[in-house]
Design a binder for this molecule. Structure first.
Ligand SMILES: Nc1ncnc2c1ncn2[C@@H]1O[C@H](COP(=O)(O)OP(=O)(O)OP(=O)(O)O)[C@@H](O)[C@H]1O
Ligand SMILES: [Mg+2]
Length: 340
């Protein structure tokens, strides 16, 4: 078990059962994201009222914030069937045709990682989303003909962690766009309590706050940490979770008291020590830290920006005085100009 494993918000094999066990099944159980929930509920009620299917929905947000969970809740609230696929799983236009022609009126097609659809598939999807029609090419060369196949009225729910990689034409075919926000510590604490209850664990307020503070404002990580704390308490305290056990378990995982992991700290320290606090470009930073650009951009930067340790300027990334303070470093005079 690497340390990075615990704080990386992407779903891992080990999470699959946990995600399923702990996944909220209704809006009532889904903590936080209040505005988004209200908007979705209106969308759903209006569609139900008109006995129509809802417009295509695009969910955007960092890994582990609850996009897949929401897609399932929407389907349930609509009383609709949900088919699940993902961008990389649809290899050929034929795969997509098979999926689409098997849909029934009112079905939901959930396409996870929709930013990873290839261009040809994406273009096949346009008429399907717009006109509920599928254009198939039959035959080859001069004899090739296009057949237009009618599809039942269905709804696509697309999920993405990388909005910037979605092409404008695809984006525009979604009638509703929603961005999931990072959760507050208080909301994550509620997630922890809810999960503890499902796992039949006793947990006090102090311990749940401790876990919440270190969960990168992400429910999936909170659930993972809760599980680690439970295991630690099992071994060291006869299964009783308290603040002392929680702290000890989390320190062992090298997650600091704000949820920063080793890569976050390395990233900040590199900007501070090698680039005088920035600005520095992503590519240079990836090379200097020996981390993938994608990983830095998708996982570490959003969280560090969220907590105000990192800012993006047109000339690159800069660290803020809060980052220096957290790392116990003196704030250089030039950094005082950044009022964060
Ligand atoms: N609002 C919430 N309330 C309670 N638990 C939540 C909430 N959102 C997510 N979770 C928990 O976090 C887990 C991860 O959520 P989910 O799989 O929906 O994230 P995701 O955004 O689809 O992630 P990815 O981008 O990796 O696909 C869920 O199984 C659930 O247990
Ligand atoms: Mg998901």
């Amino acid at each position: 078990m690497s340390i990075e494993f615990v704080t990386n918000p992407h779903q891992k094999e080990e999470d699959k059962t946990l995600d399923l066990t702990l996944r909220p099944g209704s809006f009532g159980d889904y903590i936080g994201q209040e505005t988004l929930k209200q908007n979705l509920q209106i969308l759903i009620q209006a569609a139900k009222h008109r006995q129509e299917s809802i417009e295509h929905v695009l969910l955007h947000g960092s890994p582990g914030l609850g996009k897949t969970t929401l897609a399932h809740i929407i389907a349930k609230e609509l009383g609709a069937n949900i088919r699940v696929t993902s961008g990389p799983a649809i290899d050929r236009a034929g795969d997509l045709a098979a999926i689409l022609t098997n849909l029934e009126e009112g079905d939901i097609l959930f396409i996870d990682e929709i930013h990873r659809l290839n261009k040809i598939i994406e273009e096949t999807l346009y008429p399907a989303m717009e006109d509920f029609a599928l254009d198939l090419v039959a035959g080859k060369g001069a004899a090739a003909r296009t057949l237009r196949l009618e599809l039942p009225k269905f709804t696509i729910i697309g999920a993405t962690t990388r909005m910037s990689l979605i092409s404008a034409p695809l984006r525009d075919r979604f009638g509703a766009h929603y961005k999931l926000q990072f959760y507050t510590d208080q909301e994550i604490s509620q997630v922890v309590h809810r999960s503890a209850k499902i796992l039949a664990m006793q947990i006090d307020e102090e311990s749940s706050s401790e876990i919440a503070r270190r969960s990168r404002r992400t429910p999936r990580i909170a659930n993972r940490l809760l599980k680690r704390v439970r295991d630690y308490a099992q071994v060291h305290n006869g299964g009783k979770v308290n603040l002392e056990m929680s702290k000890a378990a989390l320190e062992l995982l090298a997650i600091d008291d704000l949820g920063l992991d080793e890569v976050d700290r390395k990233l900040l320290l590199t900007i501070i020590e090698k680039f005088d606090g920035g600005p520095v470009g992503l590519q240079t930073l990836a090379a200097a830290t020996a981390e993938e650009e994608d990983t830095l951009e998708e996982i570490h930067e959003p969280f560090l920006m969220q907590i105000g340790f990192l800012a993006r300027t047109p000339r690159g990334r800069v660290t803020t005085p809060s980052a220096y303070r957290h790392l116990g470093l003196p704030i250089p005079a030039s950094q005082n100009l950044l009022a964060i």
